[in-house]
Design a protein around this ligand. Structure first.
Ligand code: CU
Length: 171
């Protein structure tokens, strides 16, 4: 009688442990899938003609997050899109982004899911070549010359031409 009672207790406690292990395993899987979304930093730096995104080109997987960190000056992160009074240089059907003015010390986060090439500029410094590119879900070679550069300011054209001309370098 006593022995049977003890066995029951043991079995019961073993079941709980299995349940707890499965729960922990499930939580671990959940945490793992949440972590598979990467975060990439783009530095926003420089004043005047020295204004730049570093790196100029960022290659991401779908759903990755980009954190823009302003190290100095006043800048924006603005999609090339008619809503921002510029040529359309982001994938079709994606809402255009615009950070608004960012100051030194600010961070601004962008998450992109749709595959394609996203070109963006800084409103105060576009004419000084303060532009950038994010490629989502594709390699740099797959996306050579995705947009015509004719309508952009001269120095911005040079930046995008240099990205197109050197598809392997500087990735
Ligand atoms: Cu700028």
């Amino acid at each position: 009688m006593n022995i049977s009672h003890i066995n029951n207790l043991d079995t019961h406690s073993f079941d709980l442990t299995i349940a707890q292990m499965l729960l922990l395993f499930g939580l671990a899987l959940f945490a793992d899938s949440a972590l598979s979304q990467d975060t990439t930093q783009v530095k926003v730096m420089g004043m005047g003609v020295d204004a730049r995104f570093d790196p100029i080109l960022t290659v991401l997987n779908s759903g990755d997050v980009v954190v823009f960190s302003v190290l100095e000056g006043t800048h924006t992160v603005t999609a090339y899109h008619p809503d921002n009074r510029r040529p359309d240089r982001i994938p079709k059907g994606v809402s255009p982004f615009d950070s608004g003015m960012l100051q030194k010390g600010d961070t601004w986060t962008l998450q992109l899911r749709k595959k394609g090439v996203y070109d963006y500029f800084c409103l105060p410094h576009e004419r000084m070549g303060h532009v950038g590119r994010i490629i989502v879900g594709q390699s740099r070679n797959e996306t050579k010359n995705p947009y015509s550069n004719k309508l952009l300011p001269a120095i911005a054209q040079e930046v995008y031409n240099s990205l197109n001309d050197n598809p392997i370098h500087n990735q």
